[in-house]
Ligand binder design. Structure first.
Ligand code: 3H9
Length: 648
């Protein structure tokens, strides 16, 4: 029974138990409707409470059911049924009340939440809008502006904020169920509050209009934020009955919108990446202390990420000056988190106390896991791993953050290659969600399981990858960057390629991105590889020439573009260089449309992805989509290059 009813004197307690997150499946909808009817029919019952078992209140409609024909009772009708009747209902919220979960709570007369609870309508993240009256009830209950903020951001609010907004009526520290029973006993004989649909919280029309216009403009080609704006407008301009009908229509349309299909695909794909069959049932090694080798941008960022996740961290650098710089980079990140209110002063101080540094590897004697993030040079890395072999305990796990180097070779240089894995973070490491877990030929299941567990603790999406040049993400990016070099030699200009990518939905184009990251690192790598490059392979040397001119991107004021006060402009010098290069190589330049540019970029991504799958580097096409969406700016609402190919 996913929904059960028991009573404590004259209060009925309706418990939903549908693990893992009490999503509203057909059985839950039917169970709740039956429970409501039972409460109404039982003369001994004066009020009811809806509460959930396990870790959370209802996390929303069951997204998996969206791909099957809808079955009665439908959620909007259930909410209306809860709202009607003679006896008051109280929603008792812990964990998260999301989407349809919050809509059920809005169908109750009162909402009480435990202090740690979060409440939100995140449908926009799935390419949808709330479809069970949420747009209308939330807008009318807490006012249009905050309702719009909640729905358009998709971000949940804390119980405290929800109380201030009037979204919930009471909070409690713990013992939610007893607090809810006490609450129900207080209100059971009082007149029932008016239904939310009959109310209309005050709002400032001019401020709201500004927000609605800005919200729709920021959508960048996404349909659901625009639909949210429309639904909020409807909620204040139409009768409740009409606004509910209009919401339903928008929801049903969006459910079959390719953007929603893509976002739902990514939602499940992200949760599947770390379910690796080879480590099923294998426990992770316990990790308390993490060593970080190198305090550069990556090392310092990884240290901050580990501290924020509650680990003790020891940073190792080659001398006192480098150590001081590295540690202050990490501390600056923590200070920034404090400034932005993401952590409290007490937590900040705890993290600082958990952070130590040394110029001696001996300080790693107790480290359970060490992550190396030094300069990308095989010999330097091997020297680091040699030092780790000497200093660390026998069961410590070693990881390298290399982006390109052969981790099998690094592993083989150590005494025990089975404990070596790759943990490829993305910059800024404490923010970027993606983590590539590189599994070498020799890595043992415990080391891999520990990498997965670490990713989870850090709040990352961990995607396993085999060893190859660039692993999954950088390998695909190198391939399409090469294609973009061909495109500019064949007739496009960098600004054409960048505009095509931005129009497609990338936050920036490949040339803008190179200018931001700096052109010098890739140049150094190309020079290292020059000797082994296939002379038959087409090679475009425009980026090399830019570097020879000292144009390393934004940091030097010029690269593919010229920069003034941070603003990029097209530089005729670069345009001339491109035209001359085409002429020198006997290429007749031909203009290209944005669609043609994107078709070539996507085709390259797919060809490289197919090779990656063939070689067993990635476990699945979905994993590749997750990497491209979370690490390389591929628009989430298009689902990834492989999803697009399968479901255009
Ligand atoms: C909606 O409500 C529409 C309505 O307005 C109108 C309808 C008419 N359904 O994320 P986790 C699974 S739209 C089905 O790893 P966490 C998830 O796949 C919905 N399954 O845990 C995973 O399965 P598995 C609006 C769901 O603790 C497992 O639960 N709601 C759903 O890191 C654990 O998930 C949302 O968009 C679902 N709704 O985070 C909320 N949710 O174990 C979406 C989760 O097989 N959910 N699963 O891999 C979340 O944001 C997070 O899952 C949550 C927990 C914060 C709840």
């Amino acid at each position: 029974m996913v929904v059960s009813v028991r009573s404590v004197q004259d209060v009925a307690i309706v418990t939903i138990e549908n693990p893992p997150v009490n999503a509203i499946s057909h059985a839950v909808r039917q169970g709740l409707l039956d429970a409501k009817q039972q409460i109404e029919a039982d003369p001994a019952i004066k009020a009811g409470i809806i509460v959930c078992a396990d870790r959370t209140f209802i996390a929303g409609a069951d997204i998996r059911e969206f791909n099957t024909p809808p079955k009665e009772p439908h959620l909007p009708d259930l909410v209306i049924a809860l709202e009607g009747g003679k006896k008051p209902l109280v929603a008792a919220i812990h964990g998260t009340a999301l989407g349809g979960g919050l809509e059920i709570a809005l169908g109750c007369d009162y909402r009480i939440a435990i202090n740690s609870a979060k409440l939100g309508l995140p449908e926009v993240n799935l390419g949808l809008i709330p479809g069970a009256g949420g747009t209308v009830r939330l807008t009318r209950l807490i006012s249009a502006e905050p309702a719009l903020d909640i729905m358009i951001s998709g971000k949940p609010v804390s119980a405290d904020r929800a109380k201030n907004l009037g979204l919930i009526d009471a909070t409690c520290d713990d013992d939610l169920q007893n607090s809810a029973i006490a609450f129900a006993n207080r209100i059971k004989d009082e007149p029932r509050p008016s239904q939310i649909l009959t109310r209309m919280a005050d709002y400032d029309r001019a401020a709201l209009d500004k927000k609605l216009t800005a919200g729709a403009a920021k959508a960048r080609g996404q349909n659901s934020p625009v639909a949210v704006c429309q639904a909020v407008r409807n909620a204040i301009e139409m009768s409740a009955h009409d606004a509910l009908a209009a919401e339903r229509k928008l929801f049903v349309e969006l459910k079959s919108d390719p953007q929603s299909l893509a976002l739902r695909h990514i939602f499940f794909a992200e949760r599947a990446t770390s379910k690796i069959s080879a480590i099923k049932g294998v426990p992770a090694a316990p990790v308390n202390q993490i060593g970080i080798i190198g305090g550069g941008t990556m090392g310092a960022g990884i240290a901050a990420a580990c501290l924020l996740a509650g680990f003790d961290v020891v940073m190792i650098e080659r001398n006192d000056e480098a150590l001081a710089q590295g540690m202050s980079r990490t501390k600056a990140t923590l200070a920034n988190s404090l400034k932005r209110g993401l952590i409290t002063q007490a937590k900040h101080d705890r993290l600082i106390a958990a952070f130590t540094g040394s110029i001696s590897y001996i300080a790693l004697a107790d480290a359970d896991l060490v992550i190396e993030a030094v300069f990308e040079d095989m010999e330097i890395k091997k020297a680091v791993f040699d030092a780790l072999d000497q200093a660390c305990k026998a069961d410590a796990i070693f990881a390298t953050n290399t982006s390109y180097l052969d981790i099998d070779e690094i592993a083989q240089s150590t005494i025990n290659p089975t404990r070596v894995i790759g943990l490829h973070f993305f910059s800024p490491a404490h923010i970027m969600k993606l983590l590539e877990l590189v599994t070498t030929k020799t890595a043992n299941p415990t080391a891999i399981a520990t990498g997965v567990a670490l990713g989870k603790r850090l709040g990352k999406i961990t995607v396993p990858s085999g060893v190859c040049d660039g692993f999954i993400g950088n390998r695909i990016m190198s391939a399409y960057r090469r294609t973009c070099d061909y495109l500019i030699e064949d007739g496009a200009l960098p600004a054409d390629v960048d505009a095509a990518m931005r129009d497609f939905g990338f936050p920036m184009g490949i040339f803008e991105m190179q200018d931001l990251a700096g052109l010098d690192i890739a140049w150094a790598m190309r020079k290292r590889r020059a000797a082994t490059r296939d002379p038959q392979e087409r090679y475009v040397d425009i980026a090399d020439t830019l570097c020879e001119m000292g144009r390393f991107g934004r940091k030097t004021g010029s690269g593919w573009y010229q920069y003034e006060n941070g603003k990029a402009t097209i530089d005729p010098t670069v345009t001339d260089l491109i035209l001359q290069t085409s002429a020198r190589n006997g290429i007749t330049r031909a203009s290209m449309t944005a669609d043609e540019i994107m078709a070539q970029i996507l085709a390259t991504m797919r060809t490289e992805a197919a090779a990656i799958l063939d070689e067993g580097i990635a476990n699945s096409a979905d994993d590749i989509d997750v990497v491209m969406v979370n690490g390389y700016g591929f628009p989430r609402w298009k689902g990834g290059p492989l999803f697009m190919a399968l479901k255009p």
